[in-house]
Design a binder for this molecule. Structure first.
Ligand SMILES: Nc1nc2c(ncn2[C@@H]2O[C@H](COP(=O)(O)OP(=O)(O)O)[C@@H](O)[C@H]2O)c(=O)[nH]1
Ligand SMILES: [Mg+2]
Length: 236
């Protein structure tokens, strides 16, 4: 399956500062991959800087959040015949040099979702303390439920096989596509594998994990994870 058609889906919200360098680097390092920017109701020039580079842009009418942006990308990928989709941050945190390693388990047919993890191997990345605590909690929860060790549930660097995107285009957790998404996918029988990656600091702008969201997020995410556990998986 080396001839996999891959779409790199880049959710972007007010990322005009970071996006140009992110797109240029992707083009330089992974020239064979198609790029799609999903502009999530940005108020800045996000769509413009992408289009100026000839990159296709889907614009959501207003801010719907990372999950909806990703789901939009999945739907587009399925409709346009892609075999796999890669979720990739607009802010330059993800290194395109590790894209091939991320895709390898999919190409080899070992799994359906491959997750770029900061914690499989020691890396220079150190998240803020509150976020680290949440990561330990959710990695424990997801690993226990799915009986496969997932160290990085909030990683936004993942590759999804077409069959996963086919399901997710219709059925997708609201808000954060983190632990609840992994639980829902695992319960549908999709196989997951982590690939060690290094992550960098974002180039500019702010993470959507602010003080407010990092206090609110764990409660909401825990509830959403429990919901994902209770829900009967829809048949694909
Ligand atoms: N801040 C924010 N980012 C969004 C939204 N929708 C899509 N994104 C994009 O989703 C990606 C991940 O967000 P980011 O703030 O980098 O999260 P982090 O890497 O987990 O700290 C970035 O490329 C954002 O531009 C949204 O509603 N808010
Ligand atoms: Mg980021």
């Amino acid at each position: 399956m080396s001839g996999l058609r891959v779409l790199v889906i880049i959710p972007a919200h007010d990322e005009q500062e970071s996006l140009p360098a992110t797109l240029d680097e992707l083009r330089a390092v992974a020239p064979g991959l198609d790029l799609l920017v999903v502009d999530d109701g940005s108020r800045d020039g996000t769509a413009g800087v992408a289009r100026a580079r000839g990159v296709r842009v889907l614009r959501l009418p207003f801010n719907l959040g990372v999950g909806a942006a990703l789901q939009t990308g999945f739907r587009w990928a399925v409709e346009h015949g892609y075999d796999a989709g890669v979720q990739f941050d607009a802010d330059g945190q993800h290194d395109p040099a590790t894209l091939e390693a991320l895709l390898e388990p999919l190409r080899a047919g070992r799994c359906d979702v491959s997750i770029g993890s900061r914690y499989v191997q020691r890396s220079g990345y150190r998240a803020p303390a509150a976020r680290r605590l949440g990561m330990v909690l959710f990695s424990g929860l997801v690993s226990a439920v799915l009986r496969v060790r997932i160290t990085d549930t909030t990683s936004g660097f993942r590759a999804y096989a077409r069959r996963v995107m086919e399901v997710c285009q219709h059925d997708f957790p609201r808000d954060f596509p983190d632990a609840p998404l992994l639980i829902a996918l695992g319960r549908r029988g999709f196989r997951m594998e982590e690939v060690p990656v290094r992550m960098r600091a974002r180039r500019a702008g702010r993470s959507f994990y602010t003080l407010g969201t990092s206090l609110y997020y764990p409660y909401k995410n825990l509830l959403a994870s429990l919901m994902a556990l209770l829900q009967r998986p829809a048949q694909p």
